[in-house]
Design a protein around this ligand. Structure first.
Ligand code: NOJ
Ligand code: CA
Length: 684
């Protein structure tokens, strides 16, 4: 840091001597541990930044800038005017999370660029460099030459990777009809066109990176467009009229983030995204409660039940009570009920106009169900499917949350099933517009549902969401979301999720935040929809491992109760596993191959471990040095049996107990698409 300050002083001195337009300047900053170095400069009057990690160039000069409709653009013709620096070392706490304490240690420079010539345009780019990566964002103040309301037509931000041939990337396409719900592709950069973030890739040196964003508020989501081999550019998802962002000056963009680690596991232990979000704005959030739930849900996905009314209607009062009995007996806090309200009949995919969020089908009595739940100590978890008609939802939203609140509901799952680019909204003039799930309009719409729900002390679990960007820190009632291929694809996905899927998710989708994947399918042979290929391509032990591997403060036991009753010994792990953690540590993993997490239960001495593999068998040796050094533990192990393999023998599972300490080492033997789940119960 000393060097940087010195350089800045030097630059200011030079400034007095030399005319601005011939003075190329630069500013630099390093991470607290010195491994990441960032340089900002204005060579050729084009602001840019570069990043190096352990002396290796990660991004070569990568352009910065914004372009506006009806205003001068912030691209070429700008110089560094001022550089302010600051160091932060601060600890804060998550009300719920994968850990209690989060360290925010970073070095910052705020670089202000001013236009050459007569223009008085200026903007600042604020860079924060942490040991686990970099974040930067644009700050555009009110100024002459920019209207109070501006329209952004281009964000110039580049990520210029040097040697494109040597990169392996894990990615899903952006701007597709299926939103974020694609299987991940593992390819060189040559195969990539436009991708969603988190966009994760590995360099030949072994360095792992993931580009994403933090604090996406009042702006369009950033996807990445590969313009030339290795040269990625911010590609903001547009409004229906083609404008990217409509915003008032003065504004700040979301943070553009780059997680950097010497290995794959390092990405998993990063707090970068959360650290770049604002602290909790909701005050007391003791009403936001992590927990486990069951639901009238899988029955519809496998064709046993229907969302709509009729003989197979799932959401009846009687069925909801039956689920509540089951939940109460095995210690689940909630029962999700989908399909209770009017609107599901017919092709619900296209019924967005018909959903009524306060009126129930004749065979569902919300008062009777919630009264019954109160007796049993179980809550109804609400559901609102919009089928992408957000204006219909918006009109009813406040009443719908009030109804739930009146009946003691504290969690609502929302749904926005509609093709990408096909969200229906009615604009101010009554005209129907079609928007993307990740355009600026929807970014605001999702957040509106969360802040509106907060007024009713309700937490939101969004399906078909915009990607997570760490806003759970600011709005802790945004408790989970989907935003990737979840378990449901194993019912009807055609093809279902491949064995490697959950060995990729932690390094991609989950870097953004919690996911409501809905683990725990115990019956691998349901095939009731007639398509034999649709089933979880995992062993039973791997289904258990998912509870520890795929972080979410709310976790579903997704299967039908009868399938749990049939395997109560395995079910015990789901009964025991918590969803709120004191500490989490990824301890092994390679993207798409395997991953192992250890997590300590909040306010407890117990630890849990989850490990899983792709289609290959694997022995993974793990040190138990995460356990407290002065304690003894009983390890309750749920592992693949010697003959287990996902295709023909998924149920072969061994449950065994062993006393262990932090000194011990365990060899985890994983079958094809297998897993292991362990509870380390502290012994007194
Ligand atoms: C898609 C969601 O992901 C799923 O969980 C839900 O059951 C259906 N939409 C119906 O809302
Ligand atoms: Ca979905």
């Amino acid at each position: 840091m000393k060097n940087t300050v010195m350089k800045n002083k030097l630059a200011l001195v030079l400034l007095l001597i030399l005319p601005l337009n011939v003075l190329a300047k630069s500013a630099q900053i390093a991470s607290p541990n010195g491994q990441i170095k960032l340089v900002v400069n204005d060579d050729d009057a084009q602001p840019s930044y570069q990043i190096a990690f352990n002396q290796q160039t990660i991004f070569a000069a990568s352009q910065l800038g914004l372009e506006f409709k009806n205003a001068g653009s912030f691209s070429q013709g700008f110089h560094i005017k001022e550089v302010l620096s600051r160091n932060v070392d601060n600890q804060w706490q998550l009300p719920w999370g994968e850990r209690l304490n989060v360290q925010d240690k970073h070095n910052e420079i705020a670089v202000t660029f001013v236009a050459d010539g007569d223009s008085t345009n200026r903007y600042t780019v604020r860079f924060r460099v942490f040991d686990d990566g970099v974040g930067f964002r644009y700050e555009v103040p009110k100024q002459e030459g920019l209207a109070d309301n501006v329209e952004i037509t281009n964000e110039l931000t580049q990520f210029a990777l040097g040697n494109a041939e040597q990169v392996t990337a894990w990615w899903i396409p952006a701007r597709g009809w299926n939103r974020y719900e694609y299987t991940y592709r593992t390819t060189s950069l040559a195969e990539i066109d436009r991708v969603h973030t988190p966009f994760t890739f590995k360099l030949k040196s072994g360095v792992h990176l993931s580009i994403h964003e933090a604090a996406l508020v009042d702006y369009a989501a950033m996807t990445l467009d590969q313009r030339r081999p290795g040269l990625f550019k911010a590609d903001l998802t547009p409004w229906s009229d083609g404008i990217l962002v409509k915003i008032k000056t003065d504004f700040k963009t979301p943070w553009r983030t780059i997680q950097i680690s010497k290995d794959a596991v390092g990405l998993l232990n990063s707090n970068l995204i959360l650290n770049l979000n604002e602290p909790n704005k909701l005050g007391d959030v003791s009403w936001v409660e992590p927990g486990k739930y069951v639901g009238i849900w899988w029955g519809m996905h496998v064709g046993e039940n229907t969302w709509g009314s009729g003989e197979k209607h799932g959401a009846t009062t009687a069925e909801a009570k039956r689920y509540m009995d089951f939940a109460a007996k095995y210690g689940f806090s909630g029962v999700l009920v989908e399909g209770w309200n009017i609107g599901w009949d017919g092709e619900w995919f296209f019924n967005g106009d018909l959903f009524n969020f306060s009126k129930s089908f004749a065979d569902f009595d919300i008062k009777a169900v919630t009264d019954y739940g109160k007796e049993k100590g179980v809550e109804l978890i609400g559901h609102h499917e919009t089928s992408g008609n957000v204006s219909n939802y918006r009109e009813q939203m406040s009443d719908a949350y009030a109804l739930y609140q009146k009946h003691g509901v504290t969690q609502v799952k929302t749904g926005y099933v509609a093709d990408g680019g096909n969200i229906k909204r009615i604009d101010e003039s009554g005209i129907v517009r079609k928007e993307w799930h990740d355009g600026q309009f929807m970014v605001a719409e999702y957040l509106h549902s969360v802040t509106e729900a907060a007024k009713h002390k309700i937490s939101i679990n969004t399906h078909e969401p915009v990607k997570a960007t760490g806003l759970r820190r600011t709005y802790p009632n945004w408790i989970s979301r989907e935003g990737a291929r979840g378990q449901e694809f194993n019912a009807w996905g055609n093809p279902p999720n491949p064995p490697e899927h959950t060995a990729i998710l932690p390094f991609t989708r989950l870097l953004a935040g919690p996911m409501d994947f809905t683990p725990g399918i115990f019956d691998m042979g349901f095939n009731r929809l007639g398509d034999k290929s649709n089933r979880p391509q995992t062993t039973l032990a791997k289904q258990l491992a998912l509870y520890v591997v795929l972080y979410s403060p709310i976790q579903m036991a997704a299967d039908l109760p009868l399938n749990y009753v049939a395997k109560l010994d395995a079910f015990q792990f789901i009964i025991d596993v918590p969803t709120d953690w004191q500490e989490s540590r990824a301890i092994a993993g390679e993207i798409g191959d395997f991953v192992v997490f250890a997590r300590q239960e909040r306010d407890s001495d117990d630890w849990y471990l989850g490990g899983l593999t792709d289609e290959n068998t694997r022995d993974i040796t793990v040190k138990l040095d995460f356990l407290a050094a002065d304690k003894k533990y009983q390890a309750q192990i749920y592992r693949d049996g010697a003959k287990a393999e996902w295709k023909n023998n998924p149920y072969d599972m061994v449950i065994e107990q062993k006393n262990v300490t932090a000194e011990n080492v365990l060899v985890l033997k994983l079958a094809t698409s297998g897993g292991v789940a362990i509870r380390f119960k502290a012994l007194n």
